[in-house]
Design a protein around this ligand. Structure first.
Ligand SMILES: *Cc1c(COP(=O)(O)O)cnc(C)c1O
Length: 743
C-alpha cells in the first residue's frame, strides 16, 4: 500500500524549515511513499528538491481563505492521507481549526497552549529553569530596570518567532516597534541572556505515547544560532521518564523540540518548546532515530526497517539542485536599501498568519511614580499650571531626601567598619550652585573634571582639599599640574599623566584603572602587560612613603549591577597586586559613579556593606572609600513642564506635538522618563499605549515617546510633565531651533 504524506514548510536556507529533513527521513524508511511538498510561496527553495513527488503551493496567508483551506486538508485526511506540519503557526492553526484526526500528525491545541513562552508550563516537572523575563507590555520604567539589572544582555522575543539582543534603550524601542508591527502582536517579552551551550530534547509521540526521544548538542552554529553541526545521544533516565509522563498528560502527537541552554555550572535553562520536528531532524535519522518514520509507522501500522547506526554526529553542507521547470524562479523585485531577495528572509509568511491569529494584548495602562515624587509635583502645582513652557522645576524634598540618604549611609557604614566612607558629588552631572552647596552641607566631597569645575566648587564654599580631581584633562584650561598637591586626591588617567606628578611631593597619588575586559576609553588598561609593567615602574619612582589611591568607574547603568559586582571584586584584587608590586600602601579606593537612581537605592546601598568588607579584607592599609554619585543624587529631583501644541488624529492612534524636544531632554534615547498629563483639571500618571509624543524640532529623531496612552479629554494647551529630567538631561541640554547659537 502506498502511503501519501503532505509535508508543509519546506524552505531550506540559513534558517530552514524542517520539511526537507522530514521528507528525507520518510523517503529512506518508505521508498515508495508519495511525499508532497506544501508551502505558501514559490520562493520556498525545498519545493525543487527531488525527494518530493509533487508540490502544492498555496496562496499566501494574506490571501488564503482559512476555512476553505481547513476543509481541503480535512478531505485529504479523510481519504487516508497524512499531514505533517513544520510551520509553528500553521500547526497552531490546524490544532485549533480541525477536529482531531488520526492522520493529522500535530499536537492538540490544549497541549500547544502548555508550551507557550516564556514560562512553558508543560516543562514544569523537567529539571530546567526559566531564565528571568519581563513582559514587554510592562511600563518602560520597569523594562529599563530589568535591562540594567541584567547588564543589557537581554533578548526581546516574539511569542513564536524571532529574538533580538537588545543592548540599549534605543535599540529596544526600535526592535519592539518592528517586532510588534511584523507579528501583529504586542505579546513580546524580554529575557535575560544565559551563557552556555545550546542543547535540545527532541521527541516524537502519537496520541500521548512517547515513541522516541534524543538529546542534541549543538557543535557549530550559524550567526543567528541555528544548528549547523551537532551530536545526538539518547536521553538518560530520569529525563526520559519525565518526558514520557508529560507527553502522556498532554496527549501529544507529532514532533517537538525543547530547547535549553546548559550554563557553566551545568544547570539547564529552557528557552523554547517547538510543537514540531526541528529542521535538523534528518541528523537524528542519521544517528539511528528516524522519528518522522517512527511516527508514520505507528499512525499507519505499516512497518519500516531500521537503518544500521553508523555515527552519532552530523553536519550540514550546501549543495545545488536544479530548479523545477514548473516553478521557475520568481522575477527580481525592486532592489531595496537592504538588498533584494535575501535567502535569510523566510518565505513561509508566518508573520501574516500571526497577524490573522493574534489579538493585541492590552498594554499596562497604569503608570506609576514613587509617592515622594508625586507629592513633590503636587506641591508645585501652582507653578507648573501657569509657568512658561518648557520649564524645569526642582523638587526640593526629593532632592534633599536623596542627599540625606547617601550622607546617612556613608556615616553609618563609617562607624560600622571603622573606616572613612565619603560621598563625592560629581559636579559635571549638574554644576548648579544649589547642588554643590547641598553637597557641602551634607558633609560630602565634590568630584571635578576640570579646573573650572573645581573653581566653581571653591566659589560655593569648598576648600581645595574637599575636592577630588578626576578625568582626562583635569588641568584644562591652565595646564598647571603642580596644583595637584592642593587637592584631596588626584587620579591620573594614564601612565603619562602619572609620570607628570613625579617629584611634586604629593602625599598621596591616585590612578584610575581600566579593568581587563571592560570597554572604556578611560583609565590605565592594566590588562595590557607592557602598560601594567610601566605603571608599576612609574609608581616605584615616587618616594617610599607616598600613599596610593586607586579609582574605578564602570557605569552600572550600562554594565548592569551584577557585572558591576564582579568587576568591583576583580578590581580589589588588582589593587592588592599593585600594592604588593609597587610596594606602596593603598590607603584609599574610589568607586566612581554611573549608578541609576533606582539601582543605587535597590542594590548599591545594600551591597556597600559587603564591598567595604571585601576591600578591607584584601587591602590592610585601607583607610577611606569614596563613592562619586552624580545622577543617583540629582536625576529624579527635576521635572520638565511642557505644553501640547497640536494633536494629530491618525485613526486608532494620536501623535502629539509638544513644545519641548531632544534639545531639552538629550537623554531620552538612553533611558525612559516617567510622564504625567494635566488635562481637564486632572493630573494623571501616563501608562503605555499607542499614542506618540513628538518634539518641536524639525528633526526625524525628535520623538520623545513611542507608546503612551493619553486620556480622551486631551486638548491642545494641556501640560505634560516629564519626570526624571535632572542630571544630564539638564547639564547636557542645548539651544536648538530657536535662532540662537553658541559663540
Ligand atoms: C561623571 C562622573 C561621575 C558621575 O557619574 P554619574 O553617571 O552622574 O553618576 C563620577 N565620577 C567621575 C570620575 C565622573 O567622570
Amino acid at each position: 500500500m502506498r502511503v501519501r504524506v503532505y509535508i508543509s514548510g519546506v524552505h531550506s536556507g540559513p534558517n530552514p524549515s524542517s520539511g526537507v529533513g522530514i521528507a528525507r527521513s520518510l523517503r529512506e524508511a518508505y521508498p515508495n511513499s508519495e511525499l508532497i511538498a506544501v508551502d505558501y510561496s514559490n520562493s520556498s527553495s525545498g519545493i525543487h528538491f527531488d525527494v518530493f513527488n509533487d508540490v502544492w503551493i498555496n496562496p499566501s496567508w494574506d490571501h488564503i481563505e482559512l476555512q476553505k483551506h481547513a476543509q481541503t486538508i480535512e478531505q485529504l485526511l479523510d481519504r487516508g492521507d497524512y499531514w505533517l506540519s513544520s510551520l509553528d503557526l500553521e500547526t497552531v492553526w490546524l490544532a485549533n481549526s480541525l477536529k482531531s484526526h488520526k492522520n493529522l500528525l500535530v499536537p492538540p491545541s490544549l497541549a500547544i497552549a502548555q508550551t507557550s513562552k516564556p514560562i512553558i508550563p508543560a516543562s514544569d516537572s523537567l529539571p530546567f529553569n526559566v531564565p528571568p523575563f519581563i513582559s514587554a507590555t510592562e511600563s518602560d520604567w520597569d523594562i529599563a530596570s530589568f535591562c540594567r539589572k541584567h547588564g543589557w544582555n537581554v533578548w526581546l522575543k516574539g511569542p513564536n518567532y524571532e529574538a533580538f539582543k537588545v543592548e540599549s534603550w534605543q535599540k529596544f524601542q526600535v526592535i519592539r516597534d518592528e517586532l510588534s508591527t511584523r507579528w501583529g502582536t504586542n505579546e513580546l517579552f524580554l529575557q535575560a541572556h544565559i551563557s552556555g551551550h545550546e542543547e535540545s530534547v527532541t521527541l516524537v509521540a502519537y496520541q500521548g505515547n512517547l515513541l522516541d526521544c534524543v538529546l542534541m548538542s549543538k557543535k557549530v552554529l550559524t550567526d543567528i544560532g541555528k544548528t549547523w553541526s551537532a551530536s545526538i545521544q539518547p536521553t538518560n533516565e530520569p529525563l526520559t521518564s519525565a518526558v514520557k509522563e508529560i507527553v502522556s498528560g498532554l496527549g501529544w502527537t507529532g514532533g517537538a523540540e525543547i530547547e535549553v541552554v546548559r550554563d557553566t555550572q551545568g544547570r539547564c535553562w529552557i528557552i523554547d518548546w517547538n510543537p514540531r520536528f526541528p529542521a535538523w531532524i534528518y541528523g537524528a535519522t542519521i544517528a539511528g532515530s528516524n522519528m518522522p518514520a517512527t511516527l508514520l509507522e505507528v499512525a499507519s501500522a505499516i512497518p519500516y526497517s531500521r537503518r544500521k547506526l553508523t555515527t552519532l554526529e552530523f553536519t550540514r553542507i550546501v549543495y545545488e539542485i536544479p530548479v523545477l521547470k514548473s516553478f521557475p524562479l520568481p522575477a527580481l523585485p525592486e532592489p531595496t536599501p537592504k538588498g533584494y531577495n535575501l535567502v535569510s528572509k523566510h518565505p513561509s509568511g508566518m508573520s501574516s498568519l500571526s497577524a490573522k491569529l493574534n489579538r493585541p494584548l492590552p498594554h499596562s495602562q497604569i503608570g506609576s511614580l514613587p509617592k515622594g515624587i508625586l507629592a513633590g509635583i503636587r506641591e508645585e502645582a501652582q507653578f507648573w499650571q501657569s509657568c512658561h513652557t518648557p520649564s524645569r522645576i526642582i523638587l526640593r524634598q526629593v532632592q534633599k531626601k536623596q542627599f540625606e540618604q547617601f550622607a546617612t549611609l556613608a556615616e553609618s557604614l563609617s562607624i560600622t567598619h571603622d573606616i572613612t566612607i565619603n560621598v563625592a558629588y560629581s559636579v559635571k552631572t549638574d554644576p548648579s550652585e544649589l547642588f554643590i552647596s547641598e553637597a557641602l552641607q551634607h558633609g560630602m566631597l565634590v568630584e571635578a573634571i576640570s579646573l573650572m569645575e573645581a573653581q566653581k566648587a571653591v566659589a560655593c564654599g569648598y576648600e581645595k582639599h574637599g575636592i577630588v580631581m578626576n578625568g582626562p584633562a583635569k588641568w584644562w584650561p591652565q595646564n598647571q599640574n603642580d596644583l595637584a598637591c592642593d587637592f584631596k586626591v588626584v587620579f591620573a588617567d594614564s601612565v603619562e599623566e602619572l609620570q607628570s606628578y613625579i617629584g611634586l611631593n604629593v602625599k598621596r597619588i591616585g590612578i584610575r584603572l581600566r579593568p581587563p575586559f571592560v570597554i572604556s576609553r578611560f583609565g590605565i588598561p592594566i590588562g595590557q602587560y607592557d602598560v601594567f609593567q610601566s605603571l608599576v615602574h612609574t609608581l616605584k619612582e615616587f618616594p617610599n612613603e607616598t600613599e596610593l589611591a586607586i579609582h574605578m568607574h564602570i557605569a552600572s547603568s550600562i554594565y548592569g549591577v551584577k557585572n558591576w559586582d564582579y568587576i568591583f571584586k576583580d578590581f580589589v584584587s588588582w589593587c592588592a597586586s599593585l600594592e604588593h608590586l609597587a610596594k606602596m600602601k593603598v590607603t584609599l579606593i574610589d568607586l566612581g559613579g554611573g549608578w541609576f537612581p533606582d539601582d543605587a537605592d535597590m542594590f548599591l546601598f545594600e551591597a556597600l556593606n559587603e564591598y567595604t568588607q571585601v576591600a578591607k579584607a584584601q587591602l590592610e592599609q585601607l583607610r577611606e572609600i569614596i563613592i562619586e554619585p552624580g545622577k543617583a543624587l540629582v536625576q529624579s529631583c527635576m521635572i520638565l513642564v511642557t505644553s501640547i501644541l497640536e494633536i494629530r488624529n491618525l485613526g486608532d492612534t494620536r501623535d502629539v506635538v509638544i513644545d519641548s524636544s531632544i534639545a531639552e531632554l538629550p537623554m531620552v534615547k538612553y533611558q525612559p522618563h516617567r510622564l504625567l498629563i494635566w488635562s481637564n483639571n486632572k493630573l494623571q500618571i501616563l501608562g503605555r499605549g499607542v499614542d506618540r509624543i513628538l518634539g518641536r524640532l524639525c528633526m526625524e529623531d525628535d520623538i520623545l515617546s513611542f507608546g503612551v496612552g493619553f486620556p480622551a479629554t486631551l486638548k491642545t494647551g494641556d501640560r505634560i510633565i516629564i519626570c526624571d529630567a535632572g542630571a544630564y538631561d539638564r547639564s547636557m541640554s542645548y539651544e536648538f531651533g530657536t535662532g540662537k547659537i553658541q559663540s
